[in-house]
Design a protein around this ligand. Sequence first.
Ligand SMILES: [Fe+2]
Ligand SMILES: [Fe+2]
Length: 421
Amino acid sequence: MTAARKPRKRASKKRSTILAKAVRQPTRKSAPVSKVHAANDKLPPPRQPMRPRRGGTDPGPRNITLDRQNPDLFIPPKTDAGILPNLRFSFADAHMRLERGGWTREITMRELPISTNMAGVDMRLNAGAIREMHWHKEAEWAYMLYGRARITIIDAQGRMFINDLGVGDLWYFPPGLPHSIQGLGPDGCEFLLVFDDGSFSEDNTFLLSDWVKHTPPEVMAKNFGVPAKSFARVPDPDQLYIFAGKVPPPLNRDRVKGAIPTPLAYTHKMMAQKPIKTKSGAVRITDSSNFPVATAIAAALVEVEPGGMRELHWHPNTDEWQYYIEGEARMGVFGSTRNARTFDFRAGDVGYVPFAMGHYVENTGSGPLRFLEMFKSAHYADVSLNQWLALTPPELVEASLNIDGKTVKALRKTKAPVVPV
Ligand SMILES: [Fe+2]
Ligand SMILES: [Fe+2]
């Protein structure tokens, strides 16, 4: 809003009045116009929650930034109906745990109550910083968002795996197996972690220092065959979890001599996979068929060009947990019995689709859209609405939807995950 300002009066004032004002007011002449305000001034006026013959203006307090980011929540499509629960939460709204060496934030059932079977963590490790050696009951699947990292894991047969990862690479740690993560040079890393339990919390893992701290020194001495004082200076678990460290030497020099390697790799280069391509985008699917250790979590990396859409589909096996990497999108979800809702997403947001609910994800931005779909399953599976209708006897489809033969003929017998093809 740019209301016309009244011209200032230039009336002469007494010296005492001027001095009194100088005490009450900040000394600067006028507030500088911030870049944010300048950018907001260029935006069109905020929309009102109205459709023809529906709604009204919103004259009360408003968070216009959020209204603008969630147009389909603020003015839902006419087709939205019913009482589907919230299916979106942004990492920007999650508590940030700042540590000596990085930070972490998580979206679990506490933040997004519908996400009962998966939870996610966004973590940053500075160069050399270490996520403390630990294990947990849940499977851990990770996607590298930035930089480089080194991971280690040992299996129950005492075989060791160590590897370096870059952007677009994955790791998978089976439940119960102990592991570590370290940021490499030049600037550490950021990654997304996904766990196969919605109630998982990074704050509730089995930490190495925690166990040592809660074991009698004489037991430690007997176990390792060393003097009890050897463990006298183990830091408090509160000081570790994520802590600063030195960038390790090159991978080959960091391998322990005599360690037997694991038969399977615990890392995978997702971006090196040949994608399923259409005119409007690409999909890479990673599950236990091409990343054999990943037996509890399957994933798809979806890229959608401007104007494109991840087609109407659903998953016949389990819920979908999404993470938006780049761009802007809207997702419509059909939850049966006249329930449908639409949510808007951008980089850093998490979406959720409960088991079997129909959905689409449309690129609503001017640039590419990239997001991850994760599933608590050994195998990726989806059903395409288009393919289902195309392969069903046409008379049946025509009668069901009251559509003509020409429309049925336009249906596609092969699956195209991103449309238009
Ligand atoms: Fe972990
Ligand atoms: Fe999906």
